[in-house]
Design a protein around this ligand. Structure first.
Ligand SMILES: [Zn+2]
Length: 279
């Protein structure tokens, strides 16, 4: 086979990521029978651009190959006139569920009869292996195109500007760390539950420390009040506390605050002196 590399190289195909995705989706919808459709786009300066695709409804599926029937074409043109009136049909696609990417004799027949323009292409996708490829005219022959450029129409969109958060995977909120990300995150920060308990413990400990410090400060800085029950008549402490432990060791300031009535005040009040005798 005399291949002319420069000729094959000249064939440039630009494939929209969205169109390719829809073709794959259509092919996966039928995992046993072939599906087909047409490629919508444009041809400009030797570049074939695929912008969209139209699934071929009512295409007869006989065994391993598809056929574009009259119904199929009517359906395709109805959609094209409605959705892509300015675009052109730049080729077709079909699936090879489980038997690889190539053009059979039947496929070549379809291409020669319906897509014979020089820049029309045949896209083939195998939904079992995800292999895909495209064939186009190189001179008089159909060849697999060596270079396909995928074009993302959302290109230029700023990263992180969509404002969409990553959805939480089911079960990721539980105690199992499912992904590496979770494991790394857990390594850096303890889990939420542990962190909350740690915070509560720190709060309680700090309150207790403040109380202890306050108590100790007041114990050493301020005069101590000792409340001792005393006998109201003798002025002596009750409950067997020796009286010299009160008067001997305490400072004068302390004594004044002891809640003990003065001995003289405990004496029964003398009878009023100024009473006039009763007649
Ligand atoms: Zn085929």
């Amino acid at each position: 086979m005399k291949r002319k590399p420069e000729e094959a190289k000249k064939f440039e195909l630009r494939m929209s990521c969205e169109a390719a995705r829809r073709i794959r989706q259509h092919a996966r919808s039928s995992i046993k029978a072939e599906v087909c459709g047409v490629l919508i786009g444009d041809e400009d300066h030797g570049v074939t651009s695929v912008e969209a695709s139209i699934p071929g409804a009512n295409a007869t599926q006989g065994g391993s190959h598809v056929t574009f029937t009259q119904d199929t074409w009517e359906h395709i043109y109805r959609i094209k006139d409605r959705d892509y009136p300015e675009a052109r049909i730049v080729g077709w696609y079909h699936s090879h569920p489980g038997f690889g990417v190539f053009l059979s004799d039947h496929d070549t027949f379809i291409h020669k009869n319906f897509f014979s323009a020089p820049r029309q292409v045949a896209w083939v996708y195998d939904p079992h292996s995800d292999e895909e490829g495209c064939f186009g005219w190189v001179g008089e022959k159909l060849e697999r195109i060596p270079q396909i450029v995928f074009v993302d129409n959302k290109g230029g969109e700023g990263a992180g500007e969509t404002g969409k958060p990553e959805p939480l995977l089911p079960g990721s909120g539980g105690d199992e760390a499912d992904s590496d990300f979770d494991r790394v995150n857990e390594f850096r920060h303890p889990p939420n539950e542990g962190r909350a308990m740690l915070n509560a413990a720190v709060t309680v400990i700090s309150y207790i420390s403040a109380l202890l410090i306050g108590f100790l400060l007041s114990w050493f800085l301020f005069p101590r009040l000792v409340l001792v029950p005393v006998d109201s008549r003798t002025g002596q402490p009750l409950y067997g506390i020796p009286s010299n432990s009160l008067s001997g060791s305490r400072s004068g300031a302390d004594e004044g605050t002891v809640n003990s009535p003065a001995p003289q005040s405990t004496n029964p009040a003398p009878p009023p002196q100024g009473t006039k005798g009763k007649p």
